[in-house]
Design a protein. Structure first.
Length: 575
């Protein structure tokens, strides 16, 4: 099933090559770049972009001049007035048009439409072809490009903008990231990293019709100059993509955007063709394109200053399947799959997938419970494999989908962000049960047995070296009179006569000791594997001798649901 992709900010860009059947001879593979110095006021050209479907249609472009070093040191920005019936209908340059190629009448590539003057304007900024084809690196392109009073007056003379508006300069057209298939709410925690580290605005869509099937098939021939072009961080149930237009194709190389996507340099995103549904006019926020991307047809290898470089016909090498199999309270099993592509956001994508999967299984996003096991696999330095498995229960009175997904996020993100070794996530698998029933337990009392009678645990406890401390806890279910008695009897360490210390009863999370900052990937994996569970009650004895020696004993008792926060400690002397 094709997924619906909507870009909602201003223009996003991407590049590809034109079909041989094009009526415009210049729009062919491997065009020659027009020297930037020849892009002078009055030069006219023809551009190509898609308004609907997959056919690239013409628009006119008239050069108004250049802004020296406007994009980056040594990289000018070409100002132009663009026009076509489609641009008239939209009210100006639209989101999804970034990367649209513009040619001279002689067939030379002038550059790509990649900057805009205002939300709804036909005045565009063009990234020069000479720089696009060279794809210079090492510099950061400007997000705002100022214009002189002379150039502002030249723009104003077109009637497309006032001199005052023109003086504010050009803005780099943002590449909004759209997350489709996401849960209706509480997704921003998982997606904040994409916004913070990359800059683009993240939009979410929960429409079931907007997912991109992991098995969708497309051909690299669908990518051509002026065609739709989507770059994806993931696809499948959760598709994180940016939609734009192809600028250039030569052989298997396609160039896109005319400006950075994330600007990270070496990268790995999947490339997809797309079918445009329509361009929505928006006089306030600016017009934007709605489209349905297809299957994988290539790999973005470089996300640089001038744009994206991609290899067509080659799929990304480091993808990781995220699969879920969840049974709801009615006994129905729901399965799902997302293919993660960009490794730095593996935690974000996996958590967003699990959150959405729980909402789908429960049929709602709210209070509930979950019992899941997740396994994360990957490779570390030298290609050595590792695996991390954790089984736990979750209950939340507001959003159990978020609470469960957050635990998965907290396990994957440290692996991706650690600085010890190169890590590639190779798979994430989650299985378990979910329900809309919220019934955690809370501890109402803890007792110890003395002289054959159970009494409240309080005061200093005198215990025997090598013996046991008989303990039990009474728990009450949420908004219920149902009580559960849990045995917590714990051993006293041997050879501890005369020692003193404490006896603690607590829920698993509260009882968990503070962890030191790991000094290696091995230490980090050990910490993640020993993460406390939400459905555990812990009874623990900690002793110290007069000389400072330490001994301790721990018992963990697992329950069938989560335990609310609880902590009680008393003193202990060993006789």
């Amino acid at each position: 099933m094709a997924f619906g992709f909507i870009t909602t900010a201003v223009v996003s860009g991407v590049l590809v090559a034109l079909p041989g059947s094009s009526s415009f001879a210049a729009a062919t593979d491997c065009p020659t770049a027009l020297p930037t110095a020849q892009a002078v006021d009055g030069l006219t050209g023809t551009g190509y972009t898609v308004e609907k479907g997959t056919k690239a249609e013409e628009f006119t472009a008239k050069v108004l001049g250049r802004v020296t070093d406007g994009i980056a040191p040594g990289v000018d920005m070409i100002m132009a007035e663009v026009d076509s019936p489609a641009l008239e209908r939209a009210g100006g340059v639209w989101a999804g048009m970034s990367g649209s190629p513009v040619y001279t009448s002689g067939g030379k590539l002038i550059g790509s439409v990649s900057y805009g003057l205002a939300a709804s304007s036909k005045i565009a900024g063009i990234t020069p072809a000479a720089d696009l084809l060279a794809l210079k690196g090492g510099t950061k392109s400007a997000t705002k490009i100022a214009v002189s009073s002379t150039k502002a007056a030249r723009i104003a003379s077109t009637g497309e903008a006032s001199a005052k508006l023109a003086a504010k300069g050009f803005q780099r057209l943002p590449v909004p990231v759209t997350i489709t298939g996401a849960a209706p709410k509480n997704t921003q925690h998982f997606l904040a990293g994409i916004e913070k580290n990359s800059g683009p605005v993240v939009r979410t869509s929960a429409s079931a019709a907007s997912t991109l099937s992991a098995s969708a098939k497309s051909s690299p021939s669908e990518i051509f100059a002026g065609s739709n072009y989507a770059a994806a961080l993931s696809y499948g149930d959760i598709a994180a993509t940016a939609l734009g237009t192809t600028t250039y194709v030569c052989g298997k190389t396609a160039i896109a955007f005319g400006h950075p996507f994330f600007g990270v340099g070496p990268a790995e995103y999947s490339v997809h063709p797309a079918t445009a549904v329509y361009v929505q006019a928006d006089p306030v926020g600016g017009p934007f394109k709605v489209g349905n991307p297809g299957g994988v047809v290539g790999t973005v290898t470089q996300d640089g200053t001038i744009g994206l470089t991609s290899t067509l016909g080659t799929a990304p090498k480091h993808t990781y399947p995220i699969t879920t199999s969840l049974k709801n309270a009615a006994g129905k099993t729901f399965t799902g799959k997302t293919v993660g592509v960009y490794q730095p956001y593996a935690g974000d994508i996996a958590a967003t997938h699990l959150q959405s999967a729980i909402v789908k299984a429960n049929g709602a996003q709210g209070a509930g419970s979950a019992a899941v096991t997740y396994t994360v696999t990957g490779t570390r330095a030298g290609g050595k494999k590792f695996s991390l498995t954790h089984t736990d229960r979750y209950a939340d009175s507001y959003d159990v989908a978020y609470a469960t997904a957050d635990a998965l996020y907290a396990s994957i993100s440290p692996l991706v962000q650690q600085e010890f070794e190169n890590v590639n996530i190779t798979g994430v698998k989650v299985t378990g049960t979910v329900s809309t029933t919220y019934k955690p337990y809370r501890v109402t009392k803890v007792e110890t047995k003395k002289s054959g009678t159970w009494v409240a645990l309080k005061g200093t406890q005198k215990v025997t070296s090598g013996g046991t401390i008989p303990l039990r806890a009474t728990l009450l279910a949420y908004r219920s009179t149902k009580k559960v008695t849990v045995p917590l009897t714990v051993a006293v360490p041997k050879k501890s006569k005369g020692w003193t210390g404490s006896l603690t009863v607590a829920d698993g999370l509260t009882a968990a000791p503070a962890t030191n900052e790991p000094a290696s990937l091995t230490a980090l994996l050990a910490q993640l594997r020993s993460a406390p569970a939400n459905n555990v009650l812990v009874s623990q004895v900690d002793l110290r001798s007069s000389k400072g020696a330490k001994k301790h004993s721990v018992r963990e008792t697992a329950l069938k649901t989560t335990v609310s926060s609880y902590f009680k400690t008393v003193s202990v002397t060993v006789k």
